[in-house]
Design a protein around this ligand. Structure first.
Ligand code: HDE
Length: 714
């Protein structure tokens, strides 16, 4: 896809950064000029890459193909081995490079890690965003948790913060992970369904696991269907620790908050986009970075002192619980930006490999039973995917020196000159480094107890926070949860499954359980299974994360034109939106020249559409703009696809800017006489219906204002 404004900016802005990691990766770039001839992998020039060596028979027919063709054999054998195992979860993803910095040294009271305390440093980062359930080739806009895996290339080694866009998890104990993943993934007998939880096995499992209730509510909320990776929060989920220079330890949770605010799609858009553009989120990230609208997040930590570990009515090591911000505030200590797309997908995004166990001095673990298991799992999984020397691959290798006595193994790339591959040795080579000089040291923790398979009392309470979350949502967010649960349970055909889940819901909210039960033909409960405690925390609703500085930058605006449109208006709106760094895409009845009002067809004014109405859909845009023009208005009103564009955009609560005759068409095709048309973007009607037409009001600024004042979810 391209627009002239978009692509001009794109070329000017792409690949502007060079940090230590980017420079390091460049040492692996293959800089062969395009005039170079074709060679085999071993460098010999190739004269024919299309015809396998064969025997031309005397009767003129193709004869036997010869195995002696080493060129063909290499080409085919090499190709046969192009795939590596996809990740068992989070298989589908995309990634980008960027950098991280802290605002000041305020965190030094908690940690000695320079990456979190030294404001003069810029630390290169790589982030991989992902869905969880679907395979590598599945769609982006499915209902799912999103991975938010961060690799910090610090001067003290790589720190991997393998986060999600939801702050809690489905299970409390790592030993359950294989069961959970089997239940969520496509069912084993027929490998159905792809990239969705709407099936018997998932709801069966979570229906029998009340500890999943809290996370299920988050996934069924708008958090499960983000508008963009750039508009998601990130959460470390697990409880980590920070250790300061005096060896004092605190418990922490990590928080990433997007500058653009948290926004979601609506479910109908998700379903349609999954077919119309399965790469929607992947392309969105690339488009924003290439257009110079670099996604940015603040980086925060919640801190619990060791003495307060047991002062909450939940266990702070339980990954199915949040630390409500009303109890534990978030300290914003830094920020990070993504400013560079990858050069090649496979070596960077597919081969990047994260380990929760990779921390640097000053950062440590807790006894969180999920984290402990994760620390065990990730390294192991990378061996299956990439082999034992996976940490030598370009995207994974640290930017600081690596010196150890690990040797050999499949695909060893390092050549360590000299005879010493052990310690201690006569040269003291590769000697351990004392903590005073930066050596990693474990926190000295006194441990006593009885070894047993058990779960403490606080780990057995599962509904308080599920209720807190649901109570904290606005009414329309609750409606979305009800719709999502009804959709999902409708896809389960075993009564024990959908009936079973109603019982869980009745522990969260009676009305919720009754409504969903009626929708899916479950047994309607006659009384709540548990009294609703009525507590709320505003920070749990994504509305709370409206952008601090609203912006239209990176929003996609479709300009609908047909023959006879007003060219001046379109040019004006494109310049205005382009300077605000929104992208505009001209959509017309054909992908070619569209004549403007008063256009002398011979001289040919007008404009070339980027796409025809059939080629793109309103779902792929944040707003639409329609210029005036008498002939154009008639064309619009009689073009079924154009009418559908307007109706569908309206149905998805998008801003619609229309001028003059076009405004009348919009009013007519929406057939909603009771809808008032706003003359000011601040009218309530705008935020409730998302419709703006012009009169006195300029539609250009209306679109800008609407997107800026309507920061919450649609
Ligand atoms: Fe993961 N997880 N996970 N996970 N996870 C993986 O590692 C695992 C958990 C998360 O973009 C795997 O490289 C266990 C919580 C992300 O490459 C694997 C448990 C959170 C990614 C694995 C969890 C996550 C993974 C599969 C429970 C949120 C993608 C491929 C104890 C904080 C990283 C891989 C990427 C990937 C294990 C639970 C996030 C199998 C055992 C909680 C974002 O190692």
């Amino acid at each position: 896809m391209s627009s002239s404004i978009g692509s001009a900016i794109r070329h000017a802005m792409s690949h502007v950064t060079d940090n230590a990691k980017v420079k390091d990766l460049k040492t692996n770039h293959v800089n062969v000029s395009s005039s170079s001839g074709l060679t085999t992998d071993y460098g010999a020039k190739v004269s024919d890459t299309d015809n396998w060596l064969s025997v031309q028979t005397d009767d003129g027919g193709p004869g036997p193909f010869l195995l002696e063709d080493h060129i063909a054999r290499e080409k085919i054998h090499r190709f046969d081995h192009e795939r590596i195992p996809e990740r068992v979860v989070h298989a589908r993803g995309t990634g980008a490079h960027g950098h991280f910095r802290v605002f000041n040294n305020s965190a030094s009271k908690w940690t000695s890690a320079p990456v979190l305390t030294d404001p003069t440093r810029t630390t290169p980062i790589f982030i991989r965003f992902s869905t969880v359930q679907g395979s590598r080739g599945s769609a982006d806009t499915v209902r799912d948790v999103r991975g938010f895996a961060m690799k910090f290339y610090t001067e003290e080694g790589n720190w991997d913060l393998v986060a999600n866009d939801i702050p809690v998890f489905f299970i409390q104990n790592a030993i359950k992970f294989p069961d959970f993943v089997h239940a969520v993934k496509p069912e084993p007998h027929n490998e159905v369904p792809q990239a969705q939880t709407a099936h018997n096995n998932f709801w069966d499992y979570v229906g029998l696991q009340p500890e999943s209730a809290h996370m299920v509510m988050w996934v069924m909320s708008d958090r499960g269907i983000p508008r963009s990776y750039r508009m998601m929060q990130g959460f470390g989920v697990n409880t980590f620790t920070l250790i300061n220079a005096e060896g004092k330890r605190v418990f922490v949770k990590f928080f990433m908050t997007p500058e653009l605010g948290v926004h979601s799609l609506v479910w109908d858009e998700c379903l349609k986009i999954a077919g119309q553009d399965p790469d929607f989120h992947r392309k969105d990230l690339q488009e924003a970075i290439e257009n110079g609208v670099y996604p940015k997040w603040t980086f925060g930590i919640q801190v619990v002192e060791e003495k307060d570990e047991h002062s909450f009515d939940f266990d702070i090591l339980d990954a199915t619980k949040v630390w409500p911000e009303s109890l534990v505030p978030v300290h914003q200590i830094g920020e990070f930006t993504l400013d560079r797309v990858v050069d090649e997908y496979f070596p960077e995004v597919e081969q990047v490999a994260f380990c929760t166990s990779h921390v640097v001095p000053g950062i440590g673990f807790s006894d969180d039973p999920l984290l402990q298991g994760r620390n065990f799992s990730y390294f192991d999984t990378q061996i299956t995917r990439l082999g034992i020397n996976w940490e030598q691959t370009p995207i994974n290798r640290p930017v600081c020196p690596v010196m150890n006595h690990n040797r050999d193994g499949s695909r060893q790339h390092r050549i360590n000159p000299g005879p010493l591959n052990y310690f201690p040795n006569r040269d003291n080579a590769g000697h351990p480094v004392p903590p005073s000089q930066g050596g990693y040291i474990e926190f000295k923790q006194k441990v006593e107890g009885i070894k047993q398979r058990t779960r403490t009392t606080k780990f057995q309470e599962h509904y308080n926070q599920a209720q807190l979350f649901y109570n904290s949502l606005s009414q329309y967010e609750k409606n979305h949860v009800i719709a999502a649960l009804s959709f999902e349970l409708s896809h389960c055909d075993d009564q024990r499954v959908y009936g079973g889940y109603i019982k869980i819901l009745n522990n969260i909210d009676f009305d919720l359980a009754v409504t969903v039960a009626k929708n899916v033909n479950g047994a309607v409960p006659d009384k709540p299974a548990r009294i609703n405690h009525g507590q709320k925390d505003p920070t749990l609703s994504q509305i709370y994360y409206a952008p601090k500085t609203p912006t239209i930058a990176s929003r996609r605006i479709a300009v609908l034109i047909t023959d006879g449109f007003n060219l001046d208006e379109v040019e004006a709106v494109r310049v205005a939106l382009g300077s605000a760094k929104a992208t505009t895409w001209v959509i017309g009845p054909r992908r070619g020249k569209i004549h403007s009002e008063g256009d002398n067809i011979v001289l040919g004014a007008g404009m070339v559409a980027d796409h025809h109405f059939e080629g793109q859909r309103s779902t792929l845009f944040d707003a639409i703009y329609i210029p005036s023009g008498a002939e154009h208005a008639k064309n619009l009103a009689t073009n079924g696809r154009a009418v559908h564009w307007i109706r569908e955009a309206f149905g998805h609560c998008k801003a619609i800017g229309a001028i003059g005759d076009a405004a009348a068409v919009v009013k007519h095709v929406l057939s909603l006489p009771e809808v008032e048309f706003a003359n000011s973007a601040t009218d309530d009607v705008v935020s409730s219906y998302g419709v703006v037409t012009s009169g006195k009001y300029s539609a250009t600024s209306a679109i800008v204002d609407v997107l800026e004042i309507a920061p919450g979810p649609k």
